[in-house]
Design a binder for this molecule. Structure first.
Ligand SMILES: [Ca+2]
Ligand SMILES: [Ca+2]
Ligand SMILES: [Ca+2]
Length: 307
C-alpha cells in the first residue's frame, strides 16, 4: 500500500511540472484558477492592435474538487464611456486548462478597456479585473535642425561651400585667377596660370623658305624651361633645350645658322611647373616671313593645343 502511494505522489509532481507556464495576472480562488495575459491590446509578437481590436489571452480551470465547481471567465470590451461593446465567456469543469483565444474586432468602435469576470457556477465571482488600453506612445519629436554654420568673412557663403571663410574674395562664383595659388572659386583648386614669357623674333623670307635673323626668349619665370623643336625635312636638329639665364632670358638665334626649307615647322615651348606652357609655332613656306601661331601646353600634356 505504501509503495502505491509513493507512485501516485510521483505522478502528481510530474503533472504539476507539465502545467503551462504562469501568465502575468493570476487568479487563485479555492475553487479555480485563471491566468491572463496583461497585454490584450498587443499581438503576442508585441505590435499594438488597432483601436477597435483586442486579443485577450489566457487559460482557466476549476479546482478539481470532488464536488466539481464549474468555472467561467467572461471577458467584456467597453468604450471609454463604459458602454459594453461585446463579451464572451469560456467555461471549464473538468480541472483541465482551457484556453482563452478569442479576438475582438469591433472597428470602428474604440475598445477603451477589457473587464475580466471570473466566477463559479453558483454565481460566486472574484472582483472584476480591468485592463485599460495603453495610451499611444507620443510621436517622436522631430530632430532639431542644426543651425547653419556662420559666415565669418561675410561673403554670403558659409562653410563648407565657402572653401575659405577667412577670405571674402574666395567663394563659389568668384572669378578664378589662374596661377595665384588660390582656389578663388572653390572649384577644387587653383587653375594653372599661363607662363608669362616674351618671345621676340625676326625672320627673313628666302627663295626656298625662311631664315631666322634673331630669336630670343625673355622674362621667363623662375623654374621655367625652353625647348625648341624642329620637324620636317632637313631640320638642323630635332630638339634643343637652351639654358635660361638667371634673368629668364635665352638667345635662340644660334640654333638657326642656315635657312629653313619650306615644309619645316619650328616650335618654341616655354614651360614651368604647374603652369600652362607657352608655345609659338612657325610653319615655313617659300618666300614668306613665317607667322607665329600661339598655342598652349597644359601641365602634363604632350601636345600643344589651342589656348
Ligand atoms: Ca563665407
Ligand atoms: Ca570666403
Ligand atoms: Ca586661383
Amino acid at each position: 500500500m505504501m509503495r502505491r502511494l509513493g507512485i501516485l505522489a510521483l505522478v502528481t509532481v510530474a503533472a504539476a511540472a507539465a502545467a503551462p507556464q504562469a501568465l502575468a495576472v493570476e487568479f487563485k480562488p479555492a475553487w479555480g484558477y485563471a491566468a491572463i495575459d496583461d497585454n490584450p491590446f498587443n499581438e503576442p509578437s508585441g505590435s499594438a492592435l488597432p483601436d477597435g481590436q483586442a486579443f485577450p489571452r489566457g487559460r482557466i480551470k476549476d479546482a478539481g474538487t470532488p464536488d466539481g465547481y464549474a468555472v467561467k471567465l467572461t471577458v467584456s470590451a467597453f468604450t471609454a464611456a463604459g458602454a459594453t461593446l461585446a463579451s464572451y465567456s469560456v467555461t471549464e469543469s473538468k480541472a483541465v486548462y482551457t484556453p482563452i483565444d478569442h479576438r475582438f474586432a469591433l472597428d470602428p468602435n474604440q475598445i477603451a478597456y477589457l473587464r475580466y469576470d471570473f466566477c463559479r457556477a453558483d454565481g460566486t465571482c472574484l472582483p472584476a479585473y480591468r485592463i485599460r488600453r495603453p495610451a499611444p506612445a507620443p510621436a517622436p519629436s522631430p530632430a532639431p535642425v542644426p543651425a547653419p554654420p556662420p559666415d565669418r568673412d561675410g561673403d554670403g557663403v558659409s562653410p563648407p561651400a565657402d572653401c575659405d571663410d577667412t577670405n571674402s574674395t574666395v567663394h563659389p562664383g568668384a572669378r578664378e585667377v589662374p596661377g595665384n595659388g588660390i582656389d578663388d572659386d572653390c572649384a577644387g583648386g587653383d587653375t594653372p596660370g599661363r607662363v608669362a614669357a616674351a618671345v621676340s623674333y625676326e625672320w627673313r623670307a628666302t627663295r626656298t623658305g625662311a631664315r631666322v635673323l634673331r630669336m630670343r626668349v625673355g622674362d621667363a619665370p623662375p623654374g621655367a624651361a625652353v625647348e625648341v623643336r624642329c620637324s620636317g625635312r632637313r631640320c638642323p636638329f630635332k630638339r634643343r633645350t637652351p639654358a635660361l639665364k638667371a634673368n629668364g632670358s635665352a638667345s635662340l638665334t644660334k640654333l638657326f645658322r642656315h635657312s629653313l626649307r619650306a615644309g619645316t615647322t619650328i616650335e618654341v615651348r616655354i614651360t614651368a611647373p604647374d603652369s600652362v606652357g607657352k608655345v609659338l609655332r612657325f610653319e615655313i613656306r617659300r618666300k614668306r616671313v613665317p607667322q607665329a601661331r600661339r598655342l598652349c601646353l597644359p601641365p602634363g600634356a604632350a601636345k600643344p593645343a589651342k589656348c
